[in-house]
Design a protein around this ligand. Sequence first.
Ligand SMILES: NC(=O)c1ccc[n+]([C@@H]2O[C@H](COP(=O)([O-])OP(=O)(O)OC[C@H]3O[C@@H](n4cnc5c(N)ncnc54)[C@H](OP(=O)(O)O)[C@@H]3O)[C@@H](O)[C@H]2O)c1
Length: 222
Amino acid sequence: MTKTYLITGTNRGIGLEYCRQLKEQGHEVIAVCRSPSEELEALEVQIEKDVDLTSEQAVNSLVARLNGKKIDVLINNAGIVERNTLEELDFDSISRQFEINAIAPLQFTKALLSNLDNGSKVVLMTSRMGSIEDNTSGGSYGYRMSKVALSMAGKSLSHDLKPKGIAVAILHPGLVKTRMTNFTDSGITTETSVKGLLTRIEELDLNNTGTFWHSNGEILPW
Ligand SMILES: NC(=O)c1ccc[n+]([C@@H]2O[C@H](COP(=O)([O-])OP(=O)(O)OC[C@H]3O[C@@H](n4cnc5c(N)ncnc54)[C@H](OP(=O)(O)O)[C@@H]3O)[C@@H](O)[C@H]2O)c1
């Protein structure tokens, strides 16, 4: 069945690959970005540009353009990583990562609530770096703190949206070769990651809402 997916951070990396695979499967894709790339434009999906997710005005303008359109799956994918060691802590950088990685997806989901319906799904792209139990190496203060906050927002959303029939997934894509990881050799491809992520989204329902999954299906510790 054809569904409508709205995805953020779609000009490159994992967001671009979500658009590619979903378009190939015949779904309707609304690709939200600040500025489209040639690769995104080549997919011929609906592109909603000039949406900086930290701008309330840009988000409100997008919501107005959507004009009440029903969204089956909202994928909050956009995010940033900045390096923060204990020796070189930069609190503006930590705040920026909180704003983009944790607060913006919550604000965006709230802004789109009237476009979601019984049976809709919300995805938050968090990270294993935001698992407290899995943190065996320290560092990355801003990224780790912002992603654990995002996971907590996801857990609360899963409770608050359950009565409306909306399920929420908190997903880790794996270590993926994207600009965010400097296309690391030890990473998996965006193709493999998104294939797994879409399987998790397919499996998501009100019985397993609020689960923290690896794209490979493993349930991750908080
Ligand atoms: N790659 C990995 O190994 C990995 C691992 C764990 C979790 N993740 C998570 O997966 C998601 C996608 O990561 P990726 O690897 O595909 O990263 P990426 O290639 O760096 O892409 C990040 C995307 O987020 C967008 N973005 C950043 N700030 C934004 C803002 N203020 N408003 C609107 N869009 C904004 C970027 O748009 P611009 O081009 O306009 O900046 C870009 O499209 C992120 O949430 C990331 O934390 C990735």
